[in-house]
Design a protein around this ligand. Structure first.
Ligand SMILES: *Cc1c(COP(=O)(O)O)cnc(C)c1O
Length: 346
């Protein structure tokens, strides 16, 4: 049997031969002593690309989010984030367990407005309210279908945050995709935020690694939290070399993933009576809903598709996610859409 067409996530990519070669040859040292040249190079390069003073390598995006929350809040605080944000849905309650904060989810479809932030921010020093200290934006927003948060909304939300004395955090695990889709440079997207997280293990195709960028003072504080959580590694130049290679060679091909996601979505929508708003297909993620009238639910569809060599994620009872990436080409995406459409219409 041929290898399945795996659209579960852009994390399923395997390092290319070229990436493995630079990993094998990477100069390394002990990063806990600040002596890993490849990690130092990556951190300096990313700080520059993101327009921040400093950057810090972390093993995962989940830890980057946990460390950011820990750095910018105190236990008992409240964090405002978009409905269905990764930090609220996909991190096992880590915001509560590790940072001791609760997340107040607002907005919809990946976006909330400055007015919604204003309404959600609790008045300070009121006897019974938690203190709202941080606002987080996820760009692109995963569960909303990889949508790009419009930059004018980002700017107005962050302006209100500053006015209200809130810190700002950008979960930019897929900020590369937001930049590729909007044509807005990474440093412009990152500029309004105190701390920014990016991931090398999603569309960029590296085997692991995320990074936080911000002021020297915030990154120094984040480093202490990273060490406390056990996230400081040793010769992780092997990972950093993969990330540098991905920046050099895979960043530029993201529009291909976006075009493949759109072709997949259009083909699927043409062939099956699903609910899918094509205007949400802005990057490499397609989230669609199976109407109640159809006999299949998301889990049935994903099980049957797997038997036919196509992997997708059941994201909710009738919600399915498919993600394009560098290990699937146009032909495979169109074939996968055909398989799903045939199952949905039989
Ligand atoms: C994947 C993801 C993360 C977490 O990254 P991991 O490396 O899988 O822990 C955080 N935020 C968003 C938006 C993501 O998509």
């Amino acid at each position: 049997m041929t290898a399945p067409i795996d659209l579960r996530s852009d994390t399923v990519t395997r390092p290319t031969d070229a990436m493995r070669a630079v990993m094998a040859a990477a100069p390394v040292g002990d990063d806990q002593y600040g002596e890993d040249p490849s990690t130092n190079r990556l951190q300096a390069r990313m700080a520059e690309m993101l327009g921040k003073e400093a950057a810090l390598w972390l093993p995962t995006g989940t830890m980057a989010n946990q460390v950011a929350l820990r750095t910018l809040t105190r236990p008992g605080d409240e964090v405002v984030a978009c409905r269905e944000s990764h930090a609220a849905w996909h991190e096992l309650g880590g915001a509560a367990a590790n940072a001791g904060v609760q997340i107040h989810e607002i907005g919809q479809d990946g976006v909330f407005s400055a007015d919604e932030l204003r309404c959600a921010t609790k008045p300070r020093n009121f006897a019974i309210f938690p203190t709202t200290t941080l606002v987080e934006i996820e760009n692109t927003h995963n569960r909303a279908g990889g949508v790009v948060v419009p930059q004018d909304v980002v700017l107005s939300v962050c302006a209100v945050a500053r006015e209200l004395g809130l810190a700002t955090f950008l979960d930019g695990a897929r900020l590369w995709n937001a930049s590729a889709a909007s044509g807005i440079a990474l440093d412009t997207l990152a500029a309004p935020f105190d701390l920014v997280a990016v991931a090398f293990s999603k569309g960029l195709g590296a085997p692991g690694g995320s990074l936080l960028a911000g002021s020297k003072a915030l990154i120094a504080a984040a480093d202490r939290h990273r060490r406390r959580m056990g996230g400081a590694m040793r010769q992780n130049g092997i990972f950093s070399a993969a990330a540098l290679h991905a920046i050099d060679h895979h960043l530029e091909r993201l529009p291909e993933d976006h075009a493949n996601a759109r072709a997949f979505a259009e083909q699927l929508l043409a062939g099956a009576p699903i609910q899918l708003d094509l205007s949400t297909v802005q990057t490499n993620i397609v989230v669609f809903h199976i109407p109640a009238a159809l006999p299949l639910d998301a889990q049935n569809l994903s099980t049957l598709a797997r038997e036919r060599g196509v992997l997708v994620n059941a994201f909710g009872p009738r919600t399915v996610r498919a993600v394009t990436h560098l290990d699937v080409d146009r032909t495979q995406c169109l074939h996968a859409a055909g398989v799903l459409a045939a199952l949905l219409t039989r």
